[in-house]
Design a protein around this ligand. Structure first.
Ligand code: TPP
Ligand code: MG
Length: 289
């Protein structure tokens, strides 16, 4: 009969080699943790723990599952065999003859885009200017690597629907915290980080009067070339929409704005106000690079 393991047996001497054979992985983990606690800055923080739990945990779960499958079923799920099977399956997937699913969904998307584009195609004839049209015009005129920053509020919607981004354009907004008044300061940051790159901040009038006005002073002083486009709808439109969706008759969402072009000029920027986007206005916008 083979010797029984000595670990934990009453009266038996402690077998260090057997201990490490059995608990090698655990020991390695403890050593790794101890090393990081001692050497890595900020390792012992809630944020690190949170990142590990939320981002690394999924990889651990998948790898534990794969290990169990391999260990119990004898199935080879190694990277090599996965690559081999992917290589065999890929041509079968790629070799598509029937495209009715694709055509159906492309048609649906085109239909949806046509409906969304209503105020863009009708845009030139509508006064005051529709924000959809402003976004579409900016999209057409801006550089291929322009940076667009957007305020929380309806500017987010117009920028998502009517500005095309492609490979090199970027859109920045407060998409996690949903904080108002971010477009102008984000634009300032982008202009300082990428001098020479076109930066267009699509601001709500609520957002701009809340925070952008002060930021404009900084932009002037630091000579940051940001085009602050203020959608002057005289209200907190996004909240107005939310109230209606909740079945409430909107209240407390309207306000009176100053003449932004005069305010901007007084602050040392180049201020321009548009009621109609005619050719001259387009050239102005384009010429603000
Ligand atoms: C700091 C802050 N306050 C309030 C809100 C709630 N909020 C979200 S959008 C919005 C209205 C934004 O108004 P405006 O900047 O004029 O843009 P509009 O929707 O009118 O285009 C408000 C009050 C918020 N997201 N962040
Ligand atoms: Mg507004």
């Amino acid at each position: 009969m083979a010797d029984a393991p000595t670990i934990g047996r009453k009266g038996a001497s402690f077998d260090v080699a057997a201990f490490f054979r059995r608990y090698a992985a655990l020991t390695a983990l403890i050593v790794l943790l101890a090393f990081n606690f001692a050497v890595t800055p900020n390792f012992a923080s809630w944020q690190t723990l949170n990142v590990n739990l939320t981002q690394v945990a999924t990889i651990v779960i998948v790898s534990v599952g794969m290990t169990l499958v391999i260990a119990t079923g004898g199935i080879d799920l190694s990277v090599g065999s996965l690559m081999a099977i992917s290589g065999a399956l890929a041509p079968m997937i790629a070799d598509k003859h029937r495209d009715h699913f694709l055509r159906e969904h492309v048609a649906q998307t085109e239909h949806a885009r046509r409906r969304l584009g209503h105020y863009v195609t009708k845009g030139p004839g509508i006064k005051p200017i529709r924000p959809e049209y402003v976004a579409a015009v900016l999209s057409e005129l801006a550089d291929d690597d322009a940076v667009f920053t957007v305020d929380t509020g309806t500017p987010c919607i117009w920028a998502a629907r009517h500005i095309e981004y492609g490979r090199d354009r970027r859109m920045l907004g407060s998409f996690t915290w949903a904080s108002m008044a971010c477009a102008s300061p984000y634009g300032f940051g982008a202009a300082m980080a990428f001098p020479g790159r076109q930066v267009i901040a699509l601001c709500g009038d609520g957002g701009f009067t809340m925070g952008g006005l002060g930021d404009l002073l900084t932009q002037v002083q630091r000579k940051a070339r940001v085009v602050n486009v203020i959608i002057n709808n005289g209200m907190l439109d996004f909240v107005n929409i939310e109230q209606q969706e909740a079945g409430i008759v909107p209240f407390g969402t309207e306000f009176t704005n100053p003449d932004f072009s005069q305010v901007a000029t007084a602050l040392g920027a180049r201020g321009m106000g548009y009621e109609h986007l005619d050719q001259l206005a387009l050239e102005h916008l384009y010429g603000t690079r």
